[in-house]
Design a protein around this ligand. Structure first.
Ligand SMILES: [Zn+2]
Length: 236
């Protein structure tokens, strides 16, 4: 039986059971039903967890926790799970926003996360990320996404038994849990992603090498501000 290991604190943040005072002093509520919770984090044998103060368990506590935590992890890592030419190659995102409303053909849809990737200095493209815990992306939503030509993925966490952020992260970035809902936006989309990946990979290699010269490397986008900032900080 999976336990609730993250609850909502007074600031509205998800917090791990070992990072709060024991018992009702934790001042946390259930992620699903918002009932007050008690932290059971003193024991040495049983797994530390949160319990509802009334002693009854709600139906969706753990699943809601998993859904909220997954959104938090993905927006923190800013990596979009992706498969390109049969290879698992997560794409870096320049910005991720939870639950933005989009209107397609006058119908509003709200993906769990909208990730933005930068393809040229002035062009940003969205990728929709859906997290499947209890509800798969329905056909109506899927056909809207396809008709709009927006790339979209679904991460299947329905079978995940993760109890910690690290365990859930492993399930999120497990290729077997990734389903590409829509890969097409137009012929230029995938090559542009590859340019970004090459660019970031080169930057990473340079930071490992510990030195940075502009002579050996040029940004694919001459006026990329991020690149310049990086260049400046490396030279210091
Ligand atoms: Zn609850």
């Amino acid at each position: 039986m999976n336990k609730i290991t993250y609850a909502i604190n007074q600031n509205g943040e998800l917090i791990y059971v070992d990072n709060v005072p024991n018992g009702s002093e934790c001042h946390c509520v259930c992620p699903a039903c918002h009932e007050k919770m008690v932290a059971k984090n003193n024991g040495k044998i049983r797994m530390h967890h949160f319990a509802h103060i009334s002693g009854t368990e709600c139906v969706n506590g753990y699943e809601t926790m998993k859904h909220l935590l997954a959104k938090e992890i993905i927006t923190e890592t800013r990596l979009i799970p992706w498969i390109d030419r049969n290879r698992y190659t997560p794409i870096p995102s320049v910005r991720m926003i939870k639950e933005t409303e989009h209107t397609i053909n006058n119908i509003k849809i709200i993906p769990d996360i909208t990730a933005w990737i930068q393809t040229t200095p002035n062009l940003f493209l969205p990728i929709f990320i859906e997290i499947y815990v209890t509800h798969k992306t329905d056909e109506e939503k899927l056909s809207l996404i396809k008709s709009a030509g927006i790339p979209a993925i679904e991460i299947d966490l329905s079978k995940s038994n993760a109890q910690t952020k690290e365990e859930l992260m492993n399930d999120i970035y497990n290729p077997q849990n990734l389903k590409i809902l829509n890969a097409t936006i137009g012929k230029q989309f995938i090559p542009q992603i590859q340019v970004i990946q090459q660019y970031l990979a080169t930057r990473l290699l340079q930071s490992y090498a510990g030195r940075f010269t502009t002579r050996n490397h040029r940004s694919p986008y001459k006026s990329n501000r991020l690149y310049k900032r990086y260049h400046y900080s490396r030279k210091r």
